[in-house]
Design a protein around this ligand. Structure first.
Ligand code: ADP
Ligand code: MG
Length: 686
């Protein structure tokens, strides 16, 4: 298909530019065509102002001007900036550029004609413009520039003009050559804009109304394809197998419950009842247990596993890391082994002989409960009679992995997913389809809440002095650095930088280590082990520690560049401290202490409720990045916003149901083949 050809086949795209496009995720012509301007990023030339017309109310505005001069400066806290003064017949304005945006500024030269979009405020002398996008105009472009122009999110050396030119070439290839990707009857019935027309409109709309229609089409398409994938997947995993009907709680389970080291909270009791009821039905359970960090989910999984065992079946619990698997193993041993339940631990690093013995016992039914990591998914892990499959901290596992585990039984086992990520209903619908949801709010009694502090860079040395104090007092500390994007090289690099800086400075004589996602699992586990055992005092890491590690002696967490994280994620991270009896602290060290940033971080200082924070986060940041679907093994949504587009989501789901029921596998594959890029293909690979 022509849209699967590399972008380098376009005129003017050599290896270097192809690489730059690659950084934007654009490898093929199709992906280029689908690289839509960000929401709201269009320039409407009818809205061009003169400088004296600009309102200084901080709103985003557009104006045309000439570059007058460029200078570099240093602001508060040593922040470098580039200021570009521009003018028109009516006055002067200063454009401010920070960080990587400064590259864009440095390309400007005096007398260039530029088109500027930015937030305008009153500066000391002139109007000051922040969050600037500039575009150099040439005469030709200016002459024909009536109308609405796209503004793309770009990196490095690429320019808006290049992208627009390539886009036009690609659109030329698509004209008359781009098959409709949605079912034709659906396009007709919903009166959707036809595909080629919609692609063209997304890039070069003739009116805002036309643009809105094009966006609607793609939002629906995105949600429709995703829902088709999810339903298709479900059809292929749960087909035709009957489930297990577990009996009501017997004497053993009652005994186990009585001998727990604590009494279940009301929230735990309710969740347990829901799960127990599900397990007693023959229809396979598909339930997600959402509970804030520290809400006590582990004990619930222990009871469910015990229930499976009491009925003469087997249960398994899959954790995302070896450390966690070991932690669960120890806990379950404590709760269940005294009552005769036999528990096994399967990890990746096991010796061959031990592994063989374990697997043999499993197959013979001499093990009731198996705990493990991804290693549970291996082909040769065979149960005698698996009736319950639990995955913990589910967002680390993909959809396929969940299915693979459930497929380790002749009959359909009950499936329980435990997650600490509070997920709004609409997203639950997207990600889990018809999973039932149990929610545990609140926490078991007896814990001191973590004290949260928000600081700017000016407090950095005091904060690290505090780190040293905690270590001297015998405590341990986490330092977390942002992960800009999964698999992003920049990320490991930034943690590394912070680490280097710290061990040469503040942490010179303190046993510390760096932990990040690029390390081998064995290496990570060894580091975590050393930290758990107190050999390491400070752990500098990316967000790999987010998942439920339990080191009660860790009483301080410093989060660098906290403004880069969502509130929900910060809350998750914070849950790593405050696990012992000592007062714990979480310091949010913002790289940028603008009022907006501080205000957002203070929401976290003032609340300890994960669900509330998740809602706040949605309000403040939108749903797009927040609960990255990729964490769930699903493609990210590019246009759809499940908060805003709930209605479309529900509609897409209804339609998907219709088509998935009646489509053959081939028709299903056809739908995916017609999509640009491969972001959807993974969910259909069952
Ligand atoms: P999470 O939901 O984050 O997985 P855990 O299951 O690790 O939470 O539980 C957190 C801590 O709370 C554990 O130390 C556990 O022993 C304790 N805990 C759980 N339930 C209760 C309870 N009902 N009363 C007191 N402590 C509890
Ligand atoms: Mg847990």
């Amino acid at each position: 298909m022509w849209w699967n050809e590399g972008v380098s086949t376009l005129k003017g795209v050599g290896p270097k530019r192809a690489a730059a496009l690659g950084e934007l995720g654009i490898r093929t012509i199709g992906e280029l065509l689908e690289y839509f301007p960000r929401q709201g990023s269009y320039l409407d030339y009818s809205q061009v102002h003169t400088i004296d017309e600009l309102a200084t109310d901080g709103s985003k505005q557009l104006f045309k001007a000439t570059v007058y001069r460029i200078r570099n400066g240093m602001g508060g806290h040593g922040r470098r900036y580039t200021a570009v003064t521009v003018r028109d017949a009516t006055g002067y304005a200063d454009l401010y550029f920070f960080m990587s945006q400064r590259y864009a500024a440095q390309k400007l030269k005096p007398d260039m004609q530029v088109l500027v979009v930015g937030r305008v405020k009153q500066g000391r002398v002139t109007k000051a413009v922040g969050e600037v996008t500039v575009q150099v105009l040439d005469e030709a472009e200016e002459a024909q520039s009536l109308g609405i122009l796209p503004v793309y999110a770009l990196t490095g050396s690429l320019t808006q003009k290049q992208l627009r030119t390539w886009m036009k070439t690609a659109l030329g290839m698509a004209a008359g050559n781009l098959p409709e990707s949605l079912p034709l009857d659906l396009v007709q019935q919903l009166q959707l804009m036809e595909r080629y027309e919609a692609v063209r409109t997304m890039h070069f709309p003739q009116s805002w109304e036309e643009l809105r229609r094009a966006q609607h089409r793609f939002i629906l398409e995105e949600l429709f394809v995703l829902q088709c994938g999810l339903l298709y997947y479900r059809k292929h995993t749960s087909d035709g197998r009957t489930g297990f009907a577990h009996a009501q709680d017997g004497p053993k389970l009652k005994q186990i419950k009585e001998h727990l080291p604590f009494k279940l909270t009301a929230a735990q009791e309710k969740a347990w009842q829901e799960i127990a009821q599900d397990m007693q039905r023959e229809k396979p359970m598909h339930r997600i247990l959402q509970g804030d960090v520290g809400s006590g989910k582990t004990v619930i999984s222990a009871l469910a596993l015990a229930k499976a065992a009491e009925n003469g079946y087997q249960g398994c619990l899959m954790a995302p890391t070896e450390i966690l698997a070991q932690q669960h193993y120890a806990t379950l041993q404590e709760y269940l082994a005294p009552f005769g339940l036999r528990i096994g631990l399967l990890t990746g690093g096991m010796r061959k002989k031990a592994r063989q013995d374990l697997l043999l016992n499993l197959q013979l039914g001499l093990i009731d409960i198996l705990i493990g990591t991804h290693a549970l998914l291996q082909e040769d892990v065979c149960f005698k009679k698996l009736s319950l499959a639990i995955t913990d901290e589910q967002h680390r596992f993909g959809v396929e992995q969940r299915a693979k585990l459930a497929n380790k039984s002749q009959q359909a086992p009950d499936v329980l997913v435990m997650t600490a990520t509070p997920i709004p209903r609409t997203l639950a619908l997207t990600v889990y389809g018809d999973l039932d949801v149990s929610i545990m709010k609140g926490r078991p009694p007896g814990r001191k809440p973590v004290q949260t502090l928000c600081y700017g860079q000016n407090m950095r040395s005091q904060v690290y002095a505090g780190v040293v104090r905690q270590v001297k007092a015998g405590r341990q500390v986490y330092v977390v650095c942002p992960l800009i994007e999964e698999n992003d090289k920049v990320d490991a690099h930034s943690a590394e930088q912070v680490y280097q800086e710290l061990i040469e400075g503040y942490l010179k004589d303190i046993p510390s280590a760096l932990l990040h996602g690029k390390q081998r699992p064995a290496e990570k586990d060894a580091l975590m082990q050393a930290f758990t055992q107190g050999e390491l005092k400070v752990l500098v890491s990316t967000t790999v520690i987010e998942v439920g590690v339990n080191v009660p002696n860790a009483t301080l967490m410093v989060i660098e560049n906290a403004e880069r994280f969502g509130l929900a994620q910060l809350h998750q991270l914070r849950g790593r401290v405050g696990r012992g009896s000592e007062q714990s602290y979480c310091v949010l060290l913002a790289g940028n202490d603008s009022p907006e940033v501080m205000e957002r971080l203070q929401v976290l200082r003032d609340s300890d409720d994960g669900f509330y924070l998740a809602e706040k986060d949605l309000e403040l940041r939108g749903s797009g990045q927040l609960f990255g679907l990729r964490q769930h093994g699903l493609p990210d949504l590019r246009l759809a916003n499940i908060l805003r587009d709930t209605e479309t989501l529900v509609e897409a789901r209804r339609l998907a149901q219709l088509y998935v029921d009646r489509w053959s596998e081939e028709e299903m594959r056809h739908l995916v083949e017609l999509q640009f890029g491969d972001r959807f293909s993974m969910i259909f690979n069952t």
